[in-house]
Design a protein around this ligand. Structure first.
Ligand code: UD1
Length: 431
């Protein structure tokens, strides 16, 4: 199994190209099941989760071709263009063996149900960061008339004889995935669907834009009320996946941690205002460029900053672990409160192995900044937690060896290469 070795102590200088967003690419790929025409997605990141979803969509009958030529023109990006054509859905079952590896694959439930009138989808797996139930999906789809039962670890969903029917449904809690699924299902429902308390994440907007390009009639995405007028069919389209705001924030925090001066290309500051503000308050300078942003910290130390995770536009839970990594070296005491997932502090004990002083009380971590961290063997526990260990490793004295990097490969494209190009000593060790 691969491990990543980081030798701490180097500043970061240079340019990092930001990839397309994993969390946008996955629902966009799934949306291709809604049409028998070809959906072409540009700027798709090369990640283990994307490869896994390609296998899952193939199982439903999608014909998928990846452009052999890499798009290298913009900022040396390795993004790919992928064509998805689901002329016929050959199987409406998403089996446990495929779905258990990645929670988002469960989202095929929406398009399969809307297009085929039925779906049998295994209950999901994914990162072990909380119980992550599926009640909101069931309630939302039931509001559109679906009959749903859970049997033997599977959700069996059936649409009424004439297909799903538009309805008004207010989510009792904000869920990104359930918003994606309900929005996709409603595009082919009869009549109008109004989703209240919808997730406002940029990835929801990206999906709505793509669906509209396919002929859907969606308004309000990005606000908490989304209105979808059902249409009888959707066509193909060509769509560019938006930049990864979590990758952007992660590298901005890496620079804030290690010091230096780095330009993050192919991204947009408007996607992560709250996180960038927290990084600024911690002492890094951030200025927008015409194609991304420049982040630098020269000389000054890292200041303690308190953050609370919240649905968009709040501080993203997917940057919580990385920010904690940064705060381990602050000059005072900071608090990080996690409000989205109840079990998302598994990185705490690993950061402690590097010398961090962190105590947990309920959903809040108290981080007492320390003047130095020292390299140690550590273990990646989930996708975002794993990269917080890399951030800490960038300033730890000596070698930090991160094991279980398959978590990292699910969401960060060529991490070691991007950091090495900026002067970090990061290498993948295969055994
Ligand atoms: C998505 C992101 C993930 C991010 C999360 C929150 C993707 C592929 N993943 O995950 O990276 O951390 O949003 O920003 O885009 N919940 C329920 N019942 C449900 C569904 C969710 O109680 O039926 C709860 C979850 O347990 C969690 C909260 O709602 O506590 C938010 O989860 P949700 O927004 O659904 O996360 P995901 O869509 O799984």
């Amino acid at each position: 199994m691969d491990r990543i070795r980081i030798r701490g102590g180097n500043e970061l200088h240079g340019t990092i190209p930001i990839s397309g967003a994993k969390n946008a690419a996955l629902p966009l790929m799934i949306a291709s099941l809604l049409t028998d025409d070809t959906l072409t997605l540009e700027n798709v990141p090369h990640l283990a989760d994307v490869e896994q979803l390609i296998r899952i969509l193939g199982n439903h009958g999608a014909d998928i071709s990846v452009n052999g030529r890499r798009e290298r023109q913009q900022g040396d990006s390795y993004a790919r263009t992928i064509h998805f054509t689901s002329r016929n859905i050959v199987d409406t079952t998403a089996p446990y063996e495929l779905v258990s590896k990645m929670r988002a694959s469960f989202w095929v439930l929406g398009p399969l149900l809307a297009r085929e009138g039925k779906a049998r989808v295994s209950l999901p797996g994914g990162c072990a960061i909380g119980t992550r139930p599926v009640d909101l999906f069931i309630e939302g789809l039931s509001a559109l008339g679906a009959e749903i039962e859970i049997d033997g670890g599977y959700i069996n969903a059936t649409a009424p004889a004439g297909g799903l029917v538009g309805a008004r449904y207010v989510f009792p809690k904000v869920s990104v995935g359930a918003t994606h699924v309900l929005m996709m299902a409603a595009t082919l429902a009869k009549g109008t669907t109004v989703i209240g308390n919808a997730a406002r994440e940029p990835e929801v907007v990206d999906l709505a834009n793509c669906l509209n390009a396919m002929g859907a009639k969606i308004t309000g995405a990005g606000s908490s009320t989304i209105t979808i007028e059902g249409v009888t069919s959707l066509s193909g389209a060509r769509h560019r996946v938006l930049p990864d705001r979590i990758e952007t924030g992660t590298y901005a925090m890496a620079v804030a941690m290690a010091g230096g001066d780095v330009v993050l290309e192919n991204t947009d500051v408007a996607l992560l205002d709250t996180a960038l503000e927290a990084i600024r308050r911690a002492g890094a300078e951030i200025t927008p460029t015409n194609n991304g942003l420049r982040v630098y910290r020269n000389g000054g130390g890292i200041k303690p900053v308190d953050v609370v995770t919240d649905p968009y536009p709040g501080f993203p839970t997917d940057l919580q672990a990385q920010f904690m990594g940064l705060m381990t070296r602050s000059s005072g005491v900071s608090h990080i409160t996690e409000t989205i997932f109840e079990n998302r502090f598994m990185h705490v004990q690993e950061l402690a192995r590097l010398g961090a002083k962190i105590s947990l009380s309920g959903q809040t971590a108290k981080i007492e900044g320390v003047p130095r961290l020292k390299g140690a063997p550590v273990m990646a526990t989930d996708l975002r937690a794993s990269v917080s260990l890399v951030i800490a490793g960038l300033v730890a004295e000596g070698d930090t060896m991160v094991s279980r990097v398959y978590h990292l490969d699910r969401g960060f494209e060529r991490l070691e290469e991007k950091l090495t190009r900026c002067g970090a000593e990061v290498e993948r060790v295969s055994e």
